[in-house]
Design a binder for this molecule. Structure first.
Ligand SMILES: C[S@@+](CC[C@H](N)C(=O)[O-])C[C@H]1O[C@@H](n2cnc3c(N)ncnc32)[C@H](O)[C@@H]1O
Length: 245
């Protein structure tokens, strides 16, 4: 399907393995209000393919037109309600921040925060980040990618759902500017090791010396998700990889 936003029911159409669970987009009244009032200001309408979180392969994105300026570009994958994205965008007014998030109620909450904080340097695409990276992001366009607490899919039979695969690493690296950085955090020791394995073996990425998984990146705000992991006694792993020629 090409064109308007998909109906709430097409989340059931399932063609391929994705890194998220398809949930209902049912929203609370205040979320629905925020979505209706502010979506045109912050959410980029993209042509769809088969599902409501897909992107049509012929789609493209003009970043200068989208943000109204040419600036540094930070891309967050899966910001949820924006608990890290909002403060990080606020402290980087000189930069454009683009988010890929599949869960509409979370986006609606983020819209409310963006308005309260008077932020105008953030745009959101309601879509699978894999399709977003492939079809919307020009090559060598991203200064930093942020992927904080991607779903760990701990059961071995679900590992194929993990976002971070060698193929996705190649795709993401191709969209990063030379010397661009991919910052990642997880509370899963197993997923951290998996990601290190994928990224260490990628010829186009090198591990940042200060990032060995144990040092917390101090510019990353603590989200509720991270706080719950800390309260449960889980270790947090921060990784950073730089794009090399
Ligand atoms: C565990 S939550 C973490 C949320 C947030 N980053 C934080 O630290 O609180 C993972 C988020 O990633 C989103 N997500 C998972 N796979 C995605 C994908 N392929 N594209 C875009 N968003 C995705 C989920 O909807 C969810 O909001």
């Amino acid at each position: 399907m090409i064109g308007s936003a998909a109906e709430d029911t097409d989340f059931r159409v399932r063609r391929e393995v994705v890194s998220f669970v398809r949930r209902s987009n049912r929203m609370r009244p205040n979320q629905r209000r925020a979505w209706e009032i502010y979506r045109n200001r912050f959410v980029i309408d993209v042509p769809r393919d088969e599902t409501s979180t897909s992107i049509h392969p012929a789609a493209s994105l003009d970043l200068v037109a989208t943000f109204g300026r040419d600036a540094q570009l930070f891309v967050e994958i899966g910001p949820g309600t924006g608990q890290s994205l909002i403060p990080m965008a606020k402290t980087r007014p000189q930069a454009n921040v683009l988010a890929f998030e599949v869960y509409r109620p979370a986006i609606a909450r983020m819209l409310g925060h963006l308005v309260r904080e008077s932020l105008d340097n953030v745009r959101i695409v309601e879509a699978d980040a894999v399709a977003g990276m492939e079809y919307l992001m020009p090559v060598r366009s991203i200064d930093e990618i942020w992927t904080f607490f991607p779903d760990p899919w701990p059961k071995p039979r679900h590992h194929k759902r993990r976002l971070l695969t060698p193929a996705f690493a190649t795709l993401a690296a191709s969209r990063m500017k030379p010397s661009g950085v991919w910052r990642i955090a997880t509370d899963s020791a197993d997923y951290a090791e998996w990601m290190r394995n994928v990224l260490d073996n990628h010829a186009g990425l090198i591990n940042e010396p200060a990032s060995n998984g144990s040092a917390r990146w101090d510019r990353r705000p603590i989200t509720q998700f991270e706080q719950r992991a800390l309260d449960a006694g889980r270790q947090i792993f921060d990784l950073a990889y730089r794009r090399v020629a």
